[in-house]
Design a binder for this molecule. Structure first.
Ligand SMILES: *Cc1c(COP(=O)(O)O)cnc(C)c1O
Length: 370
């Protein structure tokens, strides 16, 4: 048999943009030059063309049914990445109010969101894990949220530190809970009805760069002032069905295919969660059974199912680990510069074989070099 392009792929542990399902990539390749039946490429087509509008609605409907999202919520496809949401959220929900917005800070992305929110209004950091180098998330008794807060914001999975909330924070009923789910969107079932808003840039766990999914409760659409720049007002996007201006058509197309893959190939989010727990279990077990050769960054009770972060005894061993891993077809494992060490991102699309191969490599490397 001749080797295919697909055969050249390594197991890619990149934090983002990150691994996509091979079957989705192959489908995109096959349909890119001419979308079946459409006589042109999706890339060449008007976003108002019924063919694309159907693709957008299919993507929305797949996400709605995977997460069981009710009609009380709008699902929007926006640009500007997660970073624009750091500003759009307070611009719509905090600017011009007498309220303050509550933030839980458990890592780099939460910290950046807070910096942007401060430009829009009063920010109340109800919990800050900075002093412990962002190695944990708080438990319910560690913080309290004033009942008159504009909203409570948190990041469910801090991609850089590899800490993840095992369940959502406690939040008074009167306060909309807002979640940055960029690096763990659709990694397990989520009770959307507990949230005012959940958003995620796609390029970690859901698709290619260029689109950000915003799931927002419809009453919150009414708060943003019409004096905001048009693009920044959620209501405009909701009323225009994410076609207030040209949406990122390619990214939405691929996102829809990933959602369909989750539904048809994986079998839904419960099955996805089970697989994700197995994959993460392989890596954390390799850390825990290494007799201290590997040290995990996150406290065990809040270890991320998506990004496993750990260090080796010294920098030389770390470099050796990275280069030997690459020789073994395991790539993009270097940790973020602010944490150092190794970061293995094992998003939805990472097959279990990839996590197994890395775990086996880790165990062999530790016994040779420990
Ligand atoms: C990557 C990431 C972001 C930033 O995403 P951009 O699309 O680059 O703005 C924000 N939050 C989390 C949790 C992330 O992982």
């Amino acid at each position: 048999m001749t080797a295919t392009v697909t055969d050249q792929r390594a197991y890619n542990f990149s934090a983002g943009p990150a691994v996509l399902p091979v079957s989705v990539l192959e489908e995109v390749r096959d349909e890119l030059v001419c979308l079946p039946g459409a006589r042109s490429s999706l890339l060449e087509m008007s976003h108002r063309d019924k063919v694309f509008v159907d693709i957008l609605h299919d993507a929305e409907n797949s996400i709605r049914s995977l997460l069981n999202i009710s009609d009380d919520y709008s699902v929007l496809f926006l640009q500007g990445g997660a970073a624009l949401q750091f500003s759009m959220i307070p611009a719509n929900l905090l600017r011009g109010t007498e309220k303050s917005a509550a933030y839980i800070q458990t890592g780099t992305w939460g910290k950046k969101a807070i910096a942007e929110a401060k430009k829009e209004g009063a920010v109340n950091i109800v919990y800050d894990a900075a002093d412990s180098n962002f190695n944990h998330v708080p438990s319910a008794e560690d913080y309290s949220v004033p009942a008159d807060s504009a909203y409570l914001y948190y990041c469910n999975n801090e991609t850089i530190q590899g800490v993840q909330f095992p369940s959502e924070p406690v939040c008074p009923d009167s306060v909309p809970l807002i979640c940055d789910a960029s690096s763990d969107f659709m990694h397990r079932p989520l009770d959307i009805s507990k949230y005012g808003m959940v958003y995620a840039c796609a390029q970690k766990n859901a698709g290619p760069a260029g689109v950000t999914v915003v799931v927002i409760r419809k009453d919150l659409l009414e708060i943003g002032s019409a004096s905001l720049p048009g693009y920044l007002q959620y209501k405009n996007h909701a009323e225009a069905d994410s076609e207030w201006n040209t949406p990122p058509t390619f990214a939405i197309w691929v996102l829809g295919k990933v959602a369909r893959w989750l539904t048809n190939d994986i079998g839904g989010l419960e099955a996805m969660e089970k697989l994700n727990r197995e994959k993460a279990g392989l890596l954390y077990n390799a850390i825990d059974s290494s007799n201290g050769f590997y040290t995990g960054h996150a406290k065990p009770e809040c270890r991320s199912l998506m990004n496993a972060t750990f260090v080796l005894p010294n920098d030389d061993l770390q470099s050796k680990f990275l280069s030997e891993a690459a020789d073994n077809g395991l790539v993009a494992l270097k940790g973020h510069r602010s944490v150092g060490g190794i970061r293995a991102s094992i998003y939805n699309a990472m097959p279990k074989e990839g996590a197994q191969a890395l775990a086996d490599f880790m165990t062999a490397f530790a016994s040779k070099n420990g």
